[in-house]
Structure formats: structure tokens, C-alpha cells
Design a binder for this molecule. Structure first.
Ligand code: SF4
Length: 247
């Protein structure tokens, strides 16, 4: 295992990032986020609800149908917090089976029923309350493109969830500096070790294209890479970034 060092100050993030993501996309293929299990097998989605192709973003407006799709992504982002995706996906399918992937239905449903649907996602009592708060605020949040600060005011919405919502629902090109992204980029020598979410986002974002679809795919690729190779104990043999890595 090598010592983690930051690349020389002359190494520009903007210079190396595009090549890193091209390498990851070549290795793993387009990721087709955000996965929506309730739409599996529909709309060019596979059996797990991933798009057959690059990740997409929705953007604001577009009527009720598109608003419901944004709400489903928001629910997925909330339910995926601190749990395995399989649990969140089961909870989303339970919501779909009850016709509850709809903010009006979530606002009206008895909290006990909501909790029962969300049970597979862990901390379901808390998540039921978070989801209900989001549903009650939905008409204001989804009236246009929400400010990041508006999202952060809502219970259960931290910076990572807010940024996922901004990218995938509203096509705002922010960098999602989650723990996976920080781990990979720090091992590559592009971020200092131990940087927090906001500091990492503010460091990386100016080096990225101002393109929400690029951010959507970049996030999905970093998650894939962190799960396949750059784990807590990294599996460096066979890693597609090995020639670029300073770890
Ligand atoms: S898995 Fe790849 S990116 Fe991660 S530390 Fe090893 S060589 Fe570097």
C-alpha cells in the first residue's frame, strides 16, 4: 500500500478529471441512473430499474407525470440513506404497490401505514416522517428549481441528498461529494485526506463541466468504482485507474 499524497499543485483537477471519468465509463459502461425499481422493465429500464444507457436528469416543469417521477427520485434518495440499496428498493416497490409514489397520497396516508411500507429501508419511522415532510412541502419545492438552502431546511435532507435531488431531478450541475467520491479522489491524490463534504464539493465542482448529465454519470461511476475496486480495503489489482493512482 502506498502513502497517500496530494498531487503537485500544478496538477489541475480540470485537466485530469475528464480522463478519469472516460476511463471509468470505458471500464464499467454507462450507469443509467437514477434507478427506479417501480419502473423496472418500462421506458428502456432493466429489471432493476436502471436506464439502458447513460444517466439522465429530468429538469424542472413538465407537468404532473414528470413531477411524480421527480418525487420518486426524491423518495429513493431519502430511503437510500444509511442503508443498502436493496432495502430502499423494496420500500419503493411497497410504496408503488400502495399507489403511494405520489406526494398527495403520502401526505394523506396514516403514518403507521407509511411506516409499514418503509420498513425494509431501515430507520423507517424516521424516514416516514422525513418523507411526509417532503410530501407536504412538495408543491412549493417542485414549483420550479428549488434552492439548495430550501432543500436543506427540510427534515432528513443533508447536503448529499440535496445535491442528488438537484442533479437528478432539476438538472443543476453540482458535484455530489459523497464518501465514495472523497475516498476515490483522495486516493488518486486529487483531494486531501479527511476533507468534509462541503470543502470537497467546493474543490471539485469548479473543475467539472457545467453539465448536469455529466455530474449524474460521474456520481454513478464513482459509486460503481468505490464498490467494485476502491473499497474501504481497496482491490487495486485490475483497477482501471491503477496507472493514475498515487495510493
Ligand atoms: S482501487 Fe484503484 S483508485 Fe482505488 S486505491 Fe487502488 S488503484 Fe487507486
Amino acid at each position: 500500500m502506498g502513502e497517500r499524497v496530494l498531487r503537485s499543485p500544478g496538477t489541475s483537477l480540470a485537466h485530469v478529471l475528464p480522463g478519469i471519468f472516460v476511463t471509468l465509463e470505458t471500464a464499467y459502461g454507462p450507469r443509467g441512473w437514477w434507478p427506479l425499481p417501480s419502473r423496472a422493465g418500462l421506458e428502456a429500464r432493466d429489471a432493476d430499474g436502471y436506464l439502458d444507457g447513460p444517466s439522465e436528469t429530468l429538469g424542472p416543469g413538465g407537468g404532473r407525470e414528470r413531477s411524480l417521477r421527480r418525487f420518486e427520485i426524491v423518495a429513493a434518495a431519502l430511503l437510500a440513506q444509511n442503508t443498502a440499496w436493496t432495502g430502499a428498493a423494496r420500500a419503493l416497490l411497497a410504496m408503488a404497490a400502495h399507489g403511494c409514489l405520489d406526494p398527495i397520497r403520502v401526505s394523506a396516508a396514516p403514518i403507521e401505514e407509511l411506516e409499514a411500507m418503509l420498513r425494509p429501508s431501515g430507520t423507517f419511522r424516521l424516514k416516514a416522517r422525513y418523507l411526509r415532510s417532503m410530501a407536504q412541502a412538495w408543491s412549493a419545492i417542485d414549483a420550479g428549481t428549488p434552492e439548495r438552502s430550501d432543500l436543506l431546511c427540510l427534515p432528513g435532507i443533508g447536503p448529499e441528498t440535496a445535491d442528488c435531488i438537484l442533479v437528478y431531478c432539476y438538472s443543476v450541475p453540482v458535484f455530489i461529494a459523497d464518501a465514495y467520491a472523497r475516498r476515490v479522489l483522495s486516493r488518486l491524490g486529487l483531494l486531501p485526506d479527511g476533507l468534509g463534504y462541503e470543502a470537497a464539493r467546493l474543490t471539485v465542482e469548479p473543475a467539472c463541466p457545467t453539465d448536469a448529465a455529466w455530474q449524474a454519470e460521474a456520481h454513478a461511476l464513482l459509486v460503481e468504482h468505490a464498490k467494485r475496486h476502491c473499497r474501504a480495503r481497496p482491490l487495486c489489482p485490475g483497477c482501471p485507474l491503477r496507472n493514475l493512482c498515487e495510493y
